[in-house]
Ligand binder design. Structure first.
Ligand SMILES: Cc1ncc(COP(=O)(O)O)c(C=O)c1O
Length: 366
């Protein structure tokens, strides 16, 4: 007899994440020699050479379980961020920390508030834990903080703000953020997801300041997947008050971050040249793409990240499919509920140029 599987009630509301196709698969399917992935906001310069060297040097140690607390990496992060080791949790990507946060704090009857559109992982953990996900529409591509404040009630446990936001790239200013955090009751956790902060420029105001001031309810998320170019290794970290970090740590698997990820991240953190070059390349690419979009009358939102959210005035699904056939993978806006937008990762100059040429061709063909 065949068993009809039925999972937990909360799982009914979740569709398995459908990642973009792997480059090798796209090449094979479409018979293309080159495919440019401008869909996941990875670093076009690749990983830091120092990280590669460190990983190579540690390959012979993979028969030993990794340090479950990632202590050496945490010590390095503590020095760099001028905080204590106890304020840090390292995860298998920041995705894991988002999940641990949900597992630690959300249950049925609770609410998590996020922007719309914003990073889908917050939607996922809310649903996974059987909580309610309240999505507050963005205004002018940015979080509507007043609307979020108006939506607070006793059920709200977490507010998730990506700064810069994914997919719109918008950055929350210092005054607005300070005022917002001041008005949030201490029993609500505010996540400030700063996955792209290194691209946001010198005036960026990081939420780490709240943690240093002793705010109990602010969690900062960072990742090695973006500017540090280590997306495949899966390593990210959270910074928060000691009690908050210790609650989240309870939900953690014993050996969540592998040894190559730990040593690679530590080396990348100190590769100042790699970070500097990555920022410069991104700035150049951003200026080029802004100019090209303006010339075509495509409105974009100012981005503090390594991607641009742009209104291409045509059906994003068709544009996505057209570009894919020409070897360019972007993120169509329809997955974020914005049919005429796309999110495109800023790449190297020649690839940005190829993307624009192909975009013109695709739009002509639609
Ligand atoms: C805002 C934001 N947070 C977190 C992540 C996940 O990063 P990680 O690779 O560290 O899991 C991403 C990845 O796209 C992101 O855009």
């Amino acid at each position: 007899m065949k068993i009809e599987w039925k999972g937990r009630e909360a799982i009914n509301n979740i569709k398995a994440y459908s990642p973009g196709k792997a480059i090798a698969e796209v090449k094979k399917e479409l018979g293309l020699d080159n495919v440019y992935k401008m869909a996941s906001n990875e670093n076009p310069l690749g990983p830091s050479p120092l990280a590669i060297e460190s990983i190579k040097n540690n390959m012979a140690n993979i028969h030993i379980y990794p340090d479950g607390s990632s202590l050496i990496l945490k010590k390095e992060l503590a020095i760099k961020n001028e905080i204590k080791v106890e304020n840090i949790i390292v995860g298998n990507g920041s995705d894991e920390i988002i999940k641990l946060l949900g597992e630690s704090f959300l249950e049925e009857g609770d609410t998590i508030i996020m922007g719309d559109p914003s990073f889908s992982e917050y939607d996922y953990i809310g649903n996974l834990m059987g909580a309610k996900v309240k999505k507050i529409p963005l205004v002018n591509f940015a979080f509507n903080l007043e609307d979020i404040l108006d939506n607070l009630d006793d059920s709200v446990k977490i507010i998730a703000l990506c700064n810069p936001n994914n997919p719109t790239g918008t950055v929350l200013g210092k005054e607005a953020l300070i005022d917002f955090i001041d008005r949030i009751p201490e029993n609500i956790i505010v996540v400030l997801d700063e996955a792209y902060k290194e691209y946001a420029g010198e005036n960026f105001f990081s939420g780490i300041n709240f943690v240093k001031e002793g705010k109990n309810n602010v969690l900062i998320l960072n990742t090695f997947s973006k500017i540090y170019g280590l997306a495949a290794l899966r390593v990210g970290y959270g910074i928060g008050s000691e009690p908050l970090i210790s609650w989240i740590t309870r939900a953690k698997e014993p050996f969540n971050v592998n040894v190559l990820a730990q040593v690679g991240a530590k080396a990348a953190l100190n590769d100042v040249d790699h970070v500097k070059q990555s920022i410069e390349l991104n700035l150049k690419g951003k200026e080029f793409l802004y100019k090209e979009f303006l010339a075509r009358g495509f409105a974009y939102s100012e981005s503090g990240a390594n991607f641009i959210w742009v209104d291409i005035k045509h059906d994003s699904k068709k544009v996505f499919e057209g570009l894919l056939k020409k070897g360019v993978v972007i993120r169509p806006g329809n997955v974020f509920g914005a049919n005429n937008h796309i999110r495109v990762t800023i790449d190297k100059p020649e690839i940005n140029k190829y993307f624009i040429d192909m975009l013109d061709e695709v739009i002509r063909e639609i």
